[in-house]
Design a protein around this ligand. Structure first.
Ligand code: C2E
Ligand code: MG
Ligand code: MG
Length: 726
């Protein structure tokens, strides 16, 4: 009994203990299932075959599947197909043997969207140690992956930029507002490592007051979103208190909400490019020898004046066209140097006779033009022309020589009618011609009966029409030479007019008239066909590797013809010349006049497979930053820069900048008008690919061109050694 009693009490105790344990266990289960239910990462429990028994709400949220849709299924329903079967096999082997597996999955959601997951899978065992379930926790790491990629990409970019361009780097922690500048960044401004701190104002305070707002706006635009990357050009003060030009590029890193938390970028010194641009801009509006405005600027001012006068009835102005008398004689007897100095001195004397408001321009050679503004009475013009003649009658002292000169002046007033700028200038020119005819040192005012010159122009037109019909045009060919090996790589086709009475006429003497009369289109068609045919004939006769190419000049008028690409395509197909052997040359000014339509015409031409060159580069426009928009292979540096290369360091700098810029844009460079060994040597040093000029050969007829093709290559290295040996 006692025994029974004791046992009962004992049992009671044991039962109580078990109840206690069950209660604790229940609390534990509730607790852990709540943990699973509320977990911010996905949890999956499968049986040993991999059939899903449990998924938590986070899983359904990430994948888009409901619990009912996945219970009993295999997790393979999430497979994106991007993980190899071997990968899965290895996973199973690991977890089946009881080891833990960790790794990344590229999975697919119910809606097909891909996402990245980091998973940890382990076995659940019963008290005997037998595996009963697998337990997987999975974290969505898509965003992190994306950021990693971005970071890697931008880091690579900066590393590249730093190596390639010798750039300075900066890295800005936007939250702490701390910016780290690389040693190179500081050095570019002439500072040592410790001399520049970590506040953004170290940067902004040095930027030119005129540029700083723009810079901040551009940064803001990128941080706030609208611009995909940040890029800005500005002036910044260096340690010597000089401004240098910088190009700054950057990219922001953003958090999940898209808010930028860090921004990093590079800084490139573009001072040389900027100065070359300024110089080019100056060159395109001013005459480099006299410093006077050139024809382009003059025409611009004249046009404004014409417009102004239209609105102000009694406004009087005049155009004077000036040509020095027998200047050629001075040039021939004293030499070009003195000729040039004389022109500069004449320019100064002319200027001294005029008011500030007037414009005097040099049109090239010994031609000048004056725009006299706001004339009160007609006699005033006469007083000025008299003054000009008087001023010029005093001799010039140049390099110890006493040089005499005089000028002929043609005058046109806006009261004569025909008031558009071109007509006014032409009429002034006609009047000047009259002044020459009646004797030097005269001024003649244009009147409407003075039409000889105009009539001559008409003759030219009739003659030109006949020339087309009678096949009086010829093509000459000038070789383009590789500066690497002296081989001829092709020819430029240059037109000549074999006039029955006047002999061989150069293009400059008739192309402008042909353009004015729209005859240039039919001339251009003939040139294209003839040049393509000639090159085809040469391909058949002489095989070179690579095959020779032919360059053909396109005038602005041709360039606006809507069927230009079709015309070219037809000719190439008919004759059978590979399109890649045809190069079209378009002058820089034509390109800039039609910048917008050019891009589309260029892409049509590109689609044919022909090559494109920018001709006379450096003479036509003001900004190099447009260049990259045009898909051209070659850039031809204008003769005016090449010819002044050796005497003038500034021109060498321009040529160097143009070449470097072209190379940056993956373009090849042809130097035009190479005449001397010195130019050649310099160009080779600057890694200019090709050259063309009298040094190698003048433009020659097709027969002489054939002789050039079969001749041995030009020897370049010997020149170099002679040059260096000297
Ligand atoms: P461009 O296309 O710039 O051609 C180069 C000009 O420079 C040619 O003058 C050539 O003879 C000349 N040249 C080449 N090397 C040297 C050199 O070393 N020194 C010097 N002083 N001059 C050199 P060209 O043949 O009188 O042609 C003048 C311009 O007429 C050409 O300039 C081109 O714009 C135009 N042109 C020529 N043929 C055609 C054509 O078929 N169609 C059109 N639309 N224009 C043409
Ligand atoms: Mg050309
Ligand atoms: Mg040219």
């Amino acid at each position: 009994m006692n025994h029974t009693e004791k046992t009962k009490a004992q049992l009671q105790n044991e039962l109580e203990e078990i109840r206690q344990q069950v209660t604790e266990l229940k609390a534990e289960v509730i607790k852990s299932s709540r943990i699973m239910e509320q977990s911010p990462i996905s949890i999956i429990i499968t049986d040993t075959k991999g059939n899903i028994e449990y998924v938590n709400p986070k899983f359904t949220q990430v994948t888009g599947y409901t619990r009912e849709e996945v219970i009993g299924k295999n997790p393979r329903i999430l497979k994106s197909g991007e993980i190899s079967p071997e990968g899965y096999k290895q996973l199973w082997e690991t977890i089946s043997s009881g080891d833990e597996w960790r790794g990344e999955f590229h999975n697919k959601k119910k809606n097909g969207e891909l996402y990245w997951e980091y998973a940890c899978i382990s076995a659940i065992r019963d008290p005997q140690g037998v595996i009963t379930h697998f337990f997987a926790v999975e974290e969505d790491i898509t965003e992190k992956k994306h950021l990693d990629d971005l970071l890697r990409e931008s880091e690579q970019r900066y590393a590249l930029a730093a190596v390639a361009a010798n750039d300075g780097l900066w890295d800005w922690d936007l939250e702490a507002n701390v910016i780290v500048f690389s040693p190179r960044w500081k050095l570019m401004l002439g500072y040592e490592e410790g001399e520049i701190g970590k506040h953004p104002d170290e940067w902004f305070d040095r930027v030119h007051p005129d540029d700083v707002n723009q810079l901040k706006t551009e940064i803001e635009a990128h941080l706030k979103g609208p611009s995909p990357y940040f890029e800005s050009e500005y002036r910044i003060l260096d340690g010597d208190r000089n401004y240098c030009w910088m190009l700054c590029r950057g990219l922001a890193l953003r958090n999940v909400e898209g808010k930028a938390y860090r921004m990093a970028g590079s800084q490139t010194d573009i001072t040389v490019r900027k100065h070359a641009e300024e110089r080019l801009q100056y060159n395109s509006f001013y005459d480099s020898m006299t410093g006077l405005p050139n024809r382009a600027l003059f025409m611009d001012r004249l046009e404004r004046m014409v417009e102004w006068a239209k609105r102000h009835k009694d406004y009087l102005f005049a155009v004077l066209f000036i040509d020095l008398d027998q200047f050629k004689l001075i040039n021939d007897s004293f030499g070009h140097k003195i000729g040039d100095k004389l022109l500069t001195a004449v320019a100064q004397r002319i200027q001294a006779c005029l008011f500030q408001r007037d414009t005097v321009a040099r049109f090239g050679g010994d031609e000048f033009a004056i725009l006299l503004n706001d004339i009160k009475e007609v006699n005033e013009v006469e007083r000025i022309t008299d003054l000009l003649h008087r001023e010029l009658s005093h001799p010039f002292m140049i390099d110890g020589h006493e040089v005499f000169t005089s000028m002929s002046i043609g005058v046109v007033l806006n009261t004569t009618g025909f008031n558009n700028p071109t007509n006014m200038l032409r009429n002034a020119d006609i009047a000047m011609y009259q002044a020459k005819v009646i004797g030097k040192r005269r001024s003649v005012q244009f009147n409407t009966s003075m039409h000889e010159k105009v009539v001559e122009r008409l003759w030219l037109e009739t003659d030109l029409r006949r020339a087309i019909e009678q096949h009086e045009f010829r093509l000459f060919y000038q070789p383009i030479v590789s500066l690497e090996n002296g081989h001829i790589i092709g020819f430029e086709a240059l037109i000549r007019w074999q006039h029955p009475e006047r002999g061989l006429i150069s293009p400059d003497a008739f192309i402008p008239a042909a353009v004015e009369n729209r005859l240039i289109s039919s001339i251009g068609r003939w040139v294209l066909r003839e040049a393509v045919w000639q090159m085809h004939t040469w391909h058949v006769k002489f095989s070179t590797k690579p095959p020779l190419s032919i360059s053909v000049n396109l005038s602005g008028v041709r360039f606006t013809e809507s069927d230009l690409a079709a015309q070219i395509d037809n000719v190439l197909q008919e004759i059978g010349l590979p399109p890649s052997c045809l190069k079209l040359e378009i002058t820089e000014s034509v390109i800039m006049e039609n910048a917008k339509s050019t891009i589309s015409t260029f892409s049509e031409l590109k689609a044919l497979g022909v090559q494109l060159s920018i001709d006379d580069f450096g003479t036509g426009y003001s900004s190099l930053s447009y260049l990259h928009r045009f898909p051209v292979e070659t850039l031809k540096v204008d003769r005016s820069f090449v010819s002044r290369m050796e005497s003038n360091g500034e021109n060498s700098a321009i040529v160097r900048t143009i070449i470097r810029l072209a190379h940056d844009l993956k373009m090849k460079v042809i130097a035009e008008g190479v005449e001397t060994v010195e130019q050649l040597t310099q160009l080779r040093k600057l890694k200019c690919e090709y050259a063309q000029g009298y040094f190698f050969s003048k433009p020659v007829d097709s027969k002489a061109a054939e002789a050039l093709i079969t001749a041995p290559p030009f020897i370049l290295d010997e020149l170099n050694t002679t040059q260096e040996g000297n």
